[in-house]
Design a protein around this ligand. Sequence first.
Ligand code: AMP
Length: 214
Amino acid sequence: MKIIMLGAPGAGKGTQAKQIADKYSIPHISTGDIFRANLKAGTELGKKAKEYMDQGLLVPDELTCDLVMDRISQDDCKNGFVLDGFPRTIPQAEALDAALTKIGQKMDYAVDVDVPDDNIINRMSGRRACLNCGATYHIVSIPTKTEGVCDRCGNPVVLRDDDQPETVKKRLEVYHAQTQPLIDYYKKQNILKSVDGTQPMEEVFRAIVEILGA
Ligand code: AMP
């Protein structure tokens, strides 16, 4: 099963993508996580990506597409994968379609986790991330067991630079201008499914499983 998660930054698509990956035993591919891992490892790609990420802008397509195409051609993706944060532009979606067409495949579902902007801004201010292992939390809905400390690795959890309020506003603008058009793109392909992302996380997941099938 090949799934794309759509939705504004902070809509909860990452959390849902991880659960989908677990339930259906397919890899979770998050371009944001890949860029952050590169940044942590001090690679050239990480350094270049940071310049854009810290401003709430998208990393250019030429830095993004090849790395995803390379990832989905790996062996563990042969039974499917869930894409989280990719595609984010029409050219990225076209590059993905072209790569899959070449090997006689296509995406099965694009799941849009729909949350209004006001709601997103409130949520993002409570988001906390561990810069060491990448785990994400929320001070209200998914708190750490000990305040400010990552449950998984014990390092501090912080408000990421790209979750700062001004950056979030910019990311939402970028989302509406560049990523929202993908909703129509996948509607035309008849693979778009929408879920109400304002519901509790478990309900959102239940709605997604209903779409994908148990
Ligand atoms: P995320 O964790 O998915 O919200 O991604 C964090 C940041 O990484 C975004 O704000 C972008 O700067 C960058 N990024 C992630 N995925 C992409 C993509 N598909 N295209 C361009 N930039 C991306």
